[in-house]
Design a protein around this ligand. Structure first.
Ligand SMILES: Cc1cc2nc3c(=O)[nH]c(=O)nc-3n(C[C@H](O)[C@H](O)[C@H](O)COP(=O)(O)OP(=O)(O)OC[C@H]3O[C@@H](n4cnc5c(N)ncnc54)[C@H](O)[C@@H]3O)c2cc1C
Length: 302
């Protein structure tokens, strides 16, 4: 247990299932991050609601999916992490064009299943290595598509463990940005996709292959580190600032795609954060543009 927060109030029934001091490096695609005080993977949505309800109100919560857009600092997370990957995995078709999916379902599974159901436009989700919950929180997108273009309604849990259904009109939605009622988290969504065949297998393979050629897929990263400024590409700005390959400790700007930062194995979050700040400073000096992080930086420094 760390800091001043007391976790004695966590109900006995959850005692054995709540991990203590769980390394967040095991749950992020950058493979960095210190320990979370508490780490909980629910059995299902009802179990999750009970857990939230009994958790003392002064314990902060961080919900995560696949950790593919998260920089957790080396000192870790004070409070409780709720991990939906491997839980809340229900996916069904509810009408000719609509699906219901829980927040822990990986985007790639939604894409695969929807293509089989004839809902081809869902295939953009194949390129996003996260969960639906993360895609809703980030308005994740690829190939000109975005998650919230397809949302009919979402189910959320609040800090009291109560479930609400909300419409897109209740959120401000932008490019990789979603802002809605505070202290609520996504547990499921209904999405709509046109009934239309997906690009044929060959076309999809070519899109994924182009990604593999232009992005360091398979290396430890979190995808694009910064959002693109209006009318420009961050990768171009970073590359023309001469930063490809620039390294701090075991972290470097990718040679393949300058908006990716790679952990070569033993990077610390502080190396990655220092590299991000260096890139921001240099790009601002050279191009007069302040890059905005797309990745979510959480936790405390070591
Ligand atoms: C190789 C690679 C390629 C990528 N390509 C793309 C791309 O093409 N397009 C794109 O948009 N992104 C891309 N990403 C980034 C990332 O995959 C997306 O942002 C994804 O949506 C994150 O989902 P996640 O489940 O991993 O979320 P996490 O990283 O676990 O969390 C991200 C944020 O969402 C919040 N969150 C997670 N789950 C919930 C929930 N249930 N309720 C409320 N908040 C929640 C977290 O607290 C955090 O703030 C890429 C990443 C990698 C590693």
């Amino acid at each position: 247990m760390s800091g001043a927060t007391s976790y004695a109030g966590v109900a006995m029934e959850f005692g054995g299932r709540v991990l203590r001091e769980e390394s967040m490096a095991r749950h992020t695609s950058w493979h960095v991050g210190g320990p979370a005080d508490l780490f909980f993977t629910p059995r299902d949505a009802a179990d999750l609601a009970v857990f939230i309800r009994q958790l003392p109100q002064d314990i902060p919560l961080l919900w995560i999916g696949l950790g593919s857009n998260l920089l957790v600092r080396d000192g870790g997370i004070r409070g409780a992490v709720v991990a939906l990957h491997g839980a809340l995995g229900h996916l069904e078709r509810v009408s000719a064009t609509r699906i219901h999916a829980e927040a822990g379902v990986p985007c790639a599974r939604i894409a695969r299943q929807c293509v089989q159901w004839g809902l081809g436009p869902a295939e953009f989700l194949a390129g996003i290595p996260g969960t639906l919950g993360g895609a809703l929180a980030m308005n994740a997108g690829a190939w000109g598509e975005e998650t919230w273009k397809h949302v009919i309604e979402v189910d959320v849990l609040d800090r009291l463990g109560l479930r609400h259904t909300r419409k897109p009109a209740e959120y401000q939605i932008g490019y990789r940005r979603v802002c809605g009622p505070a202290n609520e988290w996504f547990v499921a969504a209904r999405l709509e996709f046109e009934r239309k065949p997906a690009a044929d297998d060959q076309a999809l393979r070519e899109l994924l292959e182009r990604r593999r050629q232009t992005q360091p897929i398979g290396e430890w990263s979190c995808g694009s580190v910064f959002t693109n400024p209006p009318g420009d590409h961050t990768a171009r700005l970073i590359e023309s600032a001469g930063l490809k390959g620039f390294r701090i400790g075991e972290a470097s700007v990718s040679e393949k795609h300058a908006n990716f930062i790679i952990n070569h194995g033993a990077a610390r979050a502080r190396d990655i954060e220092a590299l991000m700040m260096h890139v921001q400073r240099k790009v601002n000096q050279i191009h007069g543009i302040v890059l905005q992080p797309e990745v979510r930086i959480v936790g405390v420094a070591a």
